[in-house]
Write a protein that binds this ligand. Structure first.
Ligand SMILES: [Fe+2]
Ligand SMILES: [Fe+2]
Length: 493
């Protein structure tokens, strides 16, 4: 594959893929889900006259009416494990995960698939809505019809409730979605993002939190990596514009842990490495947001500041509580993560020094994640392009042996790659082949759309044959998902 530009620059401004909802709507939508979540919980404890309840009910009202004012109506619909707002999939962030999960689970239990508000809502309407919902029994087929009728009995005819739709492909998805490990991994992943975010917020407010909670999460991640690493690697395809720094830190720690495991690190060493990776960019919390999020190139002065982040990171972790959990290896790892083999990196040193192993591991993980993440100012590189670039760059900047380990880890068709198959079907690489001899035959998710336009997913093992000695599918080439308007992360959630 040919490409000449260097990462981060000169790829032009990328258009948001059409699958993506506008940032504004996503924000309002996520806000609404979090308010509904709280109100649902509060309504189980208090009645409508209670002051606490009324306060939360007001907040939910504002959230729903803000959307109705903007969009004329609000329809929330549940399909499989996703919530659609006005027919578009609503993405959730690390913060929103618990609320999404709660609303999804409770609506599904009562077989409620959606609700539409066609006019502005007042306190009475919202209260009826919540308490009628609570009165429904779990698993009753006619709950939605009963719900709509009871609303109509109260004179509310502009709110409609629809039953949960069983999608045609739901059964086919069981192998992808009902795995316990996957659910646990998601929870740990989002909890780690949330914790990193909380810690950075505290550090920005000049408070220095402890590290024990994060350490426990790293230990859980290591446990999951031992069980099934491909689940974690799949989660790294979630690239979030708004939460970039936190998301990036967690992704880097997943890659670093996977590399560390292949180097035979003990659990203790892996825990240290995972924590170091989570903290590698913590120094950026001392850099003004305007500089950090600047869409175009930085000027000289801003670069000077930016290049201080490894050193400021060291300073920050030395100020954390529970300093006993931090050791020199970790401190040096953070300091080293932008040093280059040929001394062209930063911070500038008076004397050339060996880059520590933690530093080299994090560097590789960092570059790979940064290149494959879309930023406001550029399209992401595909995993294959990123690996090819890193290979070309090896020796000068990156540790060639670790780079080989990374390639062995993500495969020649890295998890999350969009591929064209010999049958003409499109697939997303889901899990590498356990046998390294067959690195070109991973498991892929075949994707197609049914007549209604819903995406169907089916798992295919590229080791499968046509009965004889011919393979059923082979990978022809990788494709750029942004050109096909495919949101890869969706297939790993
Ligand atoms: Fe960095
Ligand atoms: Fe980084």
């Amino acid at each position: 594959m040919e490409f000449d530009s260097s990462p981060g620059e000169s790829q032009g401004v990328s258009k948001a893929p059409p699958e993506a909802m506008s940032a504004d709507l996503t924000k309002l939508g996520s806000h609404l889900i979090s308010k509904i979540h709280v109100l649902m919980r509060v309504s189980l404890i208090y009645d409508a006259k209670n002051e606490t309840f009324r306060q939360f009910s007001q907040e939910s009202l504002q959230a729903v009416n803000a959307l109705i004012q903007k969009e004329r109506m609000v329809s929330l619909k549940i399909l499989k494990n996703e919530i659609f707002l006005n027919e578009e999939r609503l993405r959730y962030s690390a913060d929103g995960f618990t609320s999404f999960k709660y609303v999804l689970t409770h609506w599904k239990k009562k077989l409620i698939g959606g609700v539409t508000f066609r006019e502005l809502v007042d306190e009475r309407v919202l209260n009826e809505f919540i308490f009628i919902f609570n009165s429904l029994e779990d698993g009753k087929e006619d709950n939605a019809a009963r719900f709509t009728k009871r609303l109509a009995d109260c004179g509310i005819d502009f709110v409609t409730v629809t039953p949960l739709e069983k999608s045609v492909s739901e059964e086919e998805d069981t192998s992808l979605e009902r795995e316990d490990n996957r659910e646990v991994a998601k929870k740990v992943f989002f909890e780690t993002i949330g914790t990193v975010k909380d810690m950075i917020t505290q550090i920005e407010g000049k408070q220095y939190p402890g590290v024990r909670k994060l350490k426990r999460l790293v230990q859980k991640t290591i446990h999951l990596a031992v069980e099934d690493e491909s689940i974690l690697l799949g989660l790294t395809t979630i690239k979030n514009y708004d939460e970039y720094t936190y998301n990036h830190s967690v992704n880097v720690s997943i890659y670093a842990l996977a590399l560390g495991r292949r180097l035979g690190f003990s659990r203790q060493m892996l825990t240290e490495l995972g924590l170091t990776a989570l903290f590698h960019d913590v120094g950026k919390s001392k850099i003004p947001k305007e500089v950090l999020n600047k869409p175009a190139g930085l000027d000289d002065e801003e670069w000077v500041l930016m290049k201080k982040h490894p050193l400021m990171g060291v300073e920050t972790i030395l100020n954390l509580k529970q300093l006993g959990e931090i050791n020199p290896r970790m401190v040096i790892g953070i300091f080293d993560h932008h040093l280059k083999g040929d001394a062209s990196g930063y911070p500038k040193l008076f004397r050339k020094k060996e880059i520590s192993l933690f530093g080299r591991i994090i560097q590789i993980a960092d570059v790979y994640d940064a290149m494959t993440t879309p930023r406001v100012y550029r399209k992401p590189w595909t995993p294959e392009q990123a690996l090819a670039f890193m290979l070309r760059d090896r020796g000068k900047h990156l540790d060639p042996i670790l780079l080989k380990v990374l390639i062995g880890l993500v495969g020649i068709f890295p998890i999350g790659s969009l591929v064209l198959l010999s049958t003409g079907e499109l697939g997303i690489v889901f899990k590498p082949n356990a046998d390294s001899k067959w690195m070109d035959r991973p498991q892929v998710i075949l994707i197609s759309r049914d007549q209604k336009g819903y995406v169907k997913k089916e798992l295919a093992d590229l080791m499968a044959t046509n009965g004889g000695n011919q393979f059923k599918w082979s990978i022809i080439k990788t494709l750029d998902p942004t050109e096909y308007h495919i949101d890869i992360a969706k297939y790993f959630l």
